[in-house]
Design a protein around this ligand. Structure first.
Ligand code: SAM
Length: 273
């Protein structure tokens, strides 16, 4: 199955090169026809599935932004934090697919939206965050959740962490291009090169650094005390384990080059050197 997908990806690249050539206008006759099942309604790269998810995420983002602004400016209510979360989540999932499609085109498929990754833990975590935000803001709308009247500062830090986190995450995907894959690769692909410049010169795992601060930033904006600490613990455990496994493979793929890179550049995720 994985091999078949690889062939499909290679065929995509060949066809693209053919299209770019001024001498040929159609795919090489020696190439087998593309597997149309892949792009059909229930296929791994279903075009209708991609269109539908993008459409729904766009609607969710519009609702999120409109309600956030309405509850902040027109009908002031501390509940604006809930649609803020909807907007942040919709934008995140859209960008996961978009950056994959734009910078690692052969790898783009329905799973690139990351909507069902780490199911059901991921969905439970975000539902818990929405629930905590809803309950605390309905029951104690005037509650001052931060110690020493630091609420406004923490709110500002939360916005900044969310924006910086999202930017660093997307920048990492753009920079790594065809070397970035949502699934940790256990075999070095033909197009897999070691990336050590751009955002990778500052952070050894920029997409994890980005997600870490994006997730904690959303919890700070929402004023979620319980979920902030739960997210911190769960994400730390997840990333420290994943980085260990990922780096074992990266050392196998790139040897001394990766070992030296690891010595030079830290993750900058607290507690993970
Ligand atoms: C989900 S991506 C995460 C990449 C990186 N850990 C980050 O946070 O930006 C996982 C894939 O990226 C690859 N990868 C990680 N660091 C890399 C680097 N510096 N250069 C090239 N590939 C890398 C791994 O082999 C793995 O298959």
């Amino acid at each position: 199955m994985a091999n078949q997908n690889h062939n499909e990806d290679d065929r995509f690249l060949h066809q693209r090169r053919d299209c770019e050539s001024p001498l040929t206008s159609s795919p090489s006759p020696t190439l087998p026809p593309p597997d149309l099942n892949l792009y059909a309604r229930h296929g791994r790269k279903s075009l209708s599935g991609i269109a539908l998810r993008s459409f729904c995420l766009g609607i969710a983002l519009s609702i999120g932004v409109t309600l956030t602004l309405t509850l902040l400016v027109i009908v002031p209510s501390s509940l604006w934090r809930l649609p803020f979360f909807l907007a942040a989540l919709s934008l995140f999932h859209f960008l996961e697919f978009y950056t994959t499609a734009a910078y690692n085109t052969p790898a783009a498929d329905i799973a690139s939206f990351l909507l069902t990754a780490n199911w059901p833990a991921y969905a439970i975590a975000h539902s818990a965050a929405a629930f905590e935000c809803l309950v605390t803001n309905l029951l104690w709308p005037e509650r001052s959740w931060a110690p020493m009247h630091a609420g406004k500062i923490l709110l500002l830090l939360g916005w900044m962490a969310t924006i910086v986190g999202q930017t660093v995450r997307s920048a990492a995907m753009v920079k790594a291009g065809m070397s970035f894959n949502h699934v940790v690769q256990q075999r070095k692909g033909e197009r897999h090169v070691l990336v050590t410049d751009g955002v990778y010169a500052v952070f050894r795992h920029p997409s994890y650094f980005g997600f870490w601060w994006w997730a904690l930033g959303t919890q700070m904006v929402m004023g979620n005390v319980i979920c902030f600490w739960l997210y911190t613990a769960v994400l730390w455990r997840f990333f420290s384990g994943r980085i260990k496994v990922e780096e074992e493979f990266l050392v196998k793929f790139f040897g001394e080059d990766y070992v030296n890179y690891r010595k030079r550049v830290g993750t900058k995720i607290p507690g993970i050197p």
